[in-house]
Design a protein around this ligand. Structure first.
Ligand code: IPD
Ligand code: CA
Ligand code: CA
Ligand code: CA
Length: 267
């Protein structure tokens, strides 16, 4: 039997410790590398932080698997057992350029079902977290359930670069949707933006492509509050694949899906 209260305590302790280390690193020099292209940044701090989590998880829970962005984890093909999904720094570009607006994102799944989730805004020292079936919290204060919001009054979190790319569905679905909504906001950390949906500061969030470590924790937190998290097609998200992501308040999710996204052709 898994002692989930202890897993929760461990996860929170590790996140706090990793956050301290990252805050210390901000005042020192760090190494910046590029990955798939010149704007896809990674630093030694991203890598060291992921290694920190992987070491802690492997020492404490040798039977658990880990999915992490920087490649120190495993590559599970199936959802059986316990899987930790870790983004050591979500918003690396912000980490490098702004030294703020980035987060640690950690989610724990058991046989495919989300159990625990954490988004830690490191510089603001703000924690969004959820315990499946018990509630979701901002800095340990319970968050209220999400309630409906009319499309015309809704604020959407979206990275504006999606609107200038010729990806399938943008012209047909996404631009008309943005035009109808009250406004858009972009922070540059998917995890923090999804945290904002959980806190009610954004009404919806979309991305045409994210990786599981970007959305796993946010999905659990938003769903715990009665919000909806799917692909832009309305299909369920999977922590084993990259896909589009669409999270919104209840009611608003269905409305945006049927009005604008029904014809969406992307992934
Ligand atoms: C990125 C951020 C960003 C999103 C990108 C992600 P990273 O994660 O979440 O907001 O637009 O698609 O890759 O690489 O900084 O962990
Ligand atoms: Ca990255
Ligand atoms: Ca990320
Ligand atoms: Ca990252």
């Amino acid at each position: 039997m898994i002692d989930w209260k202890q897993v929760d305590r461990n996860a929170q302790d590790w996140i706090r410790e990793a956050g301290e280390r990252i805050r210390r690193a901000l005042s020192q020099d760090f190494d910046i590398f590029t990955k798939s292209n010149k704007n896809d940044l990674v630093t030694n701090i991203d890598r060291e932080t992921e290694r920190f989590f992987v070491n802690k998880i492997r020492q404490t829970y040798p039977g658990h698997q880990i999915v992490g962005e920087e490649g120190f984890g495993d590559d599970p093909a199936e959802l059986g057992g316990v899987i930790w999904v870790v983004d050591p720094i979500d918003g690396t570009m912000n980490f490098v350029h702004q030294k703020r607006n980035f987060a640690i994102s950690v989610a724990v799944f058991e046989n495919g079902a989300g159990r625990l989730a954490y988004i830690y805004d490191v510089v603001r020292d703000e924690l969004y977290h959820a315990v499946k079936g018990e509630g979701a919290y901002f800095n340990h204060r319970p968050l209220p359930k999400l309630t409906e919001r009319p499309v015309e009054e809704a604020i959407l979190g979206i990275n504006p670069t999606w609107l200038v790319k010729d990806s399938p569905g943008v012209k047909e679905c996404i631009i008309p949707m943005v035009k109808k909504m009250r406004g858009t906001r972009s922070i540059g950390s998917a995890a923090i933006e999804i945290g904002y949906v959980a806190a009610g500061w954004l009404d919806a969030y979309i991305s045409l492509k994210l990786s599981p470590w970007d959305f796993a924790a946010g999905m659990i937190i938003v769903e715990e509050l009665g919000g909806k998290a799917t692909k832009l097609t309305g299909e369920p998200l999977s922590i084993l694949e990259k896909s589009s992501v669409f999270l919104a308040k209840p009611g608003l999710h269905e409305k945006l899906l049927e009005t604008f996204l029904a014809a969406y052709q992307g992934i």
